[in-house]
Write a protein that binds this ligand. Structure first.
Ligand code: NAD
Length: 292
C-alpha cells in the first residue's frame, strides 16, 4: 500500500481521500480550510501542516484544487509540494484547470527532476462518494500504470487519454459538450411545453431518437467515423426541419438561441453543395473551419 499526500479535501477531494483510506493507503492530507482538514482527520487521514508537509515521503501526491492557479501555488508557493516531492514520487493533478497551466507546472517540475501526470475526473460528488468516477489520465505509460492502483480506489473507469496534459484536454472537451448540450436540451423541452406537449411525453419520444440517444452513440460511429456522407438524413431536410421548429417556437415566443445559432452551419453545407449529403457533413465543415 502507498503513502499518499492529498491536497484539497473539498466537495470532491474529501470522498476521494476517504476511498483511498478505505483502499488501505496511508493518506496525509492538507487543505487551507481547517474545518475540511479536521473532517478528513476524523476519517483516518493524518492532517498535515502544509502542502509540503503532506508531500514529505509520499509515493503519490494528489492535488484536487479549484483551478490550475491553485495547483501552481500549492506546488511552487511557500511551503509548497515541490520542496518535498521525492524523485521517486509522482504528482497526480486531478483538478480541472487550463491545460496551459498544467503544462507549465508539469514542465517546471520536470526540469527540477520530478514527475507529474494529469487525471481530472468526470461525473459528480455522488460518484466520488461511491468510488465510481471516470478518470481521464494523461502521462507516460509507465507513470500511468504506477498510478493505476491508486486511481482505481477513486474511479471505476480509468481512461489513458495520451501524454501528460491529454487528460485535462479530454475533460474540457467533455465539459464543452455536456455544458452546451444542457442549454439545447433546456430549450427543446421549453419549446415542447410552449407548444402544449407534455414534458414527460416529449422526453419519452426524444429518448427514442437521435435527439435523446445522442449523435455520439448513433450518427457519428455510423457516418463520421466511417467517412460516409451518403445521406441517412439529408442536410436539406435538417435545414427545413430546423426552420419548422423555429417557426413553431416563435409562436410561443420560446427561447431558441441554440437553434438560431445552428442555422448558418446547415446553410454553409448547402452553399458548399452538400445539401443532399448526410447531416453529419456539418462535422467536416466545422473541422475544416469552412462552416458558419
Ligand atoms: P471545492 O472548492 O469543494 O474544493 C477545493 C478545496 O481546495 C477546498 O477545500 C479548498 O479549501 C482547498 N484549497 C484551495 N486552495 C488550496 C491550497 N492552496 N492548498 C490546499 N487546499 C486548498 O471544489 P470541488 O468541487 O472539490 O472541485 C475540485 C476540482 O474538481 C475543481 O477543479 C472542479 O472543477 C473539479 N470537479 C468538480 C466536480 C463536482 O461535481 N464538484 C466534478 C468534477 C470535477
Amino acid at each position: 500500500m502507498s503513502k499518499v499526500g492529498f491536497i484539497g479535501v473539498g466537495v470532491m477531494g474529501m470522498p476521494m481521500a476517504r476511498n483511498l483510506i478505505r483502499g488501505g493507503h496511508r493518506v496525509r492530507a492538507f487543505d487551507v480550510d481547517s474545518a475540511a482538514l479536521e473532517a478528513i482527520g476524523q476519517h483516518g487521514a493524518a492532517p498535515a501542516r502544509s502542502a509540503r508537509d503532506a508531500a514529505l515521503g509520499a509515493d503519490f501526491v494528489i492535488t484536487m484544487l479549484p483551478t490550475g492557479d491553485h495547483v501552481a501555488k500549492a506546488v511552487f508557493g511557500e511551503s509548497g509540494i515541490a520542496g518535498s516531492l521525492g524523485r521517486d514520487s509522482l504528482l497526480i493533478d486531478m483538478s480541472t484547470g487550463l491545460p496551459a497551466h498544467f503544462d507549465a507546472t508539469a514542465r517546471r517540475l520536470e526540469s527540477e527532476g520530478s514527475r507529474m501526470i494529469d487525471a481530472p475526473v468526470g461525473r459528480t460528488s455522488r460518484e466520488a462518494e461511491e468510488g465510481t468516477l471516470l478518470i481521464m489520465v494523461g502521462g507516460d505509460p509507465e507513470d500511468v500504470s504506477r498510478a493505476r492502483p491508486v486511481l482505481e480506489c477513486m474511479g471505476d473507469t480509468i481512461v489513458h487519454c495520451g501524454p501528460a496534459g491529454a487528460g485535462i484536454r479530454t475533460k474540457l472537451v467533455n465539459n464543452y459538450l455536456s455544458i452546451v448540450s444542457n442549454v439545447v436540451v433546456a430549450e427543446a423541452l421549453a419549446i415542447a411545453e410552449g407548444a402544449g406537449v407534455d414534458r414527460e411525453v416529449a422526453i419519452e419520444v426524444l429518448m427514442g431518437t437521435t435527439a435523446g440517444r445522442g449523435h455520439l452513440a448513433t450518427t457519428y460511429p455510423a457516418k463520421v467515423l466511417a467517412d460516409d456522407l451518403e445521406p441517412g438524413f439529408m442536410v436539406d431536410l435538417a435545414r427545413k426541419d430546423l426552420g419548422l421548429a423555429l417557426q413553431m417556437s416563435a409562436e410561443s415566443d420560446s427561447s431558441r438561441s441554440m437553434g438560431i445559432a445552428a442555422i448558418p452551419f446547415y446553410e454553409s453545407a448547402q452553399e458548399q453543395g452538400m445539401g443532399r449529403k448526410d447531416w453529419t457533413a456539418v462535422y467536416n465543415l466545422v473541422r475544416d473551419k469552412s462552416g458558419a
